[in-house]
Design a protein around this ligand. Sequence first.
Ligand SMILES: C[S@@+](CC[C@H](N)C(=O)[O-])C[C@H]1O[C@@H](n2cnc3c(N)ncnc32)[C@H](O)[C@@H]1O
Length: 425
Amino acid sequence: MNYHLISIFPEFFQGPLSCGLMGRAVDRGLISYSLINPRDFARDKHRSVDDRPYGGGPGMVMSLDPLIQAVESIPDPGRVLVLSPGGRLFDQTMARELAAEEDLTLVCGRYEGIDARFQQFVPSETVSIGDFVLNGGESGALCLMEAISRLQPSFMGSADSPLEESFSSGLFDHPHYTRPADYKGTMVPEVLLSGDHRKISRWRREQALLATAAFRPDLLAETLLGPEDYSFLQRTSRTKAGRNLYLGLVHYPVLDKRNKTTAVSLTNMDIHDIARVSCSYGLGGFYVITPLQDQQELARTLVKHWREGAGKKANPDRVRAMESVEIAADLRESLTRIEDRCGRPPKLVATSARGQGSMTWKDLRTVLYKEPVFLLLGTGYGLAPEVIQGVNEVLPPLRAGSPYNHLSVRTAAAVTVDRILGEGG
Ligand SMILES: C[S@@+](CC[C@H](N)C(=O)[O-])C[C@H]1O[C@@H](n2cnc3c(N)ncnc32)[C@H](O)[C@@H]1O
């Protein structure tokens, strides 16, 4: 693999490319690299490689000409990758794809980035190494080089090593331990000392599943799992974030179609479907909130039918879902019950089809790892303003950018919970 590095700081690469496995790979001729400094192609006496941005604003922009000439000076540039926070996110799949190339040119930006017309002159792709901003593309280029070079045959001593690492099977790697087995009273997991290789390999797989489910459920959703994996996850999948989330289906005070505050009747389907969502995602609980006595009675009859009555015989599976349903007269009552269970008051978060929201989905996910949240869903035409004004935060509307976003409350509940706790989050 031949890397061509375009950078105004070629000295940046010398240390990292001369030590460890990378240094050895260079010495053995497994990888080679050349350094091309755009400054060598600058035409003015100051050897400038940047200029002020058109349209104003802070910082400087890398000029086209020295960069284009730098690329043109490479006899076989191969695929040209421009490091940029706004590019395709680099991952193990891309590393594998690039490992099959013979030549790669990595263009390292500096300042505010590169003149956007570069791509019109040099067929190239932009690559980001993460959702953060660095001073320049050099450290990103080194990340790419290491990840790609590790996949070259014989780069590492053992040909198996890259196959066992994080992401190779779509999951994180399992935890590793070495001697001593007992460090100041903290022991290595017993199974690793058992000598039972089948058990060890199952345990490692389960640890990888747990770590991936906890931090990157999106990876789990993209990985083909086996029946043993699913049965393990089913036994362990109730996450802390899920347990901390409570749903409240508010029937009063909500708005009617004339924007007047009103009380709305219960809907059988809402209760069933939201109870099933609550159960599927392992939530702390689901409160049906109505001050109307006859509606509370109706809700109790409905829930009893499925938990204890004929419904239980007809569909035993529904019992579990209906077990999460609680009936409360108002917000205060449901809040007190959640507080009794959690030992602290939950954060109150409202949902709305209108407005902008005050917290992002990611913010809410972070809160759920630490404290309970009571998420309110409005029936009718949504939660009344007095409810919205009394909450701690409001989530952004679902499909806010769409000309039509009037979802049923049970659909909104499912989409909202999946966005917060689902594999895509
Ligand atoms: C200060 S950054 C420019 C940031 C740019 N103005 C922005 O906000 O997206 C300078 C250079 O660092 C490199 N860089 C910074 N963060 C990066 C990242 N996350 N991935 C890849 N390259 C990055 C790019 O080459 C970029 O042109």
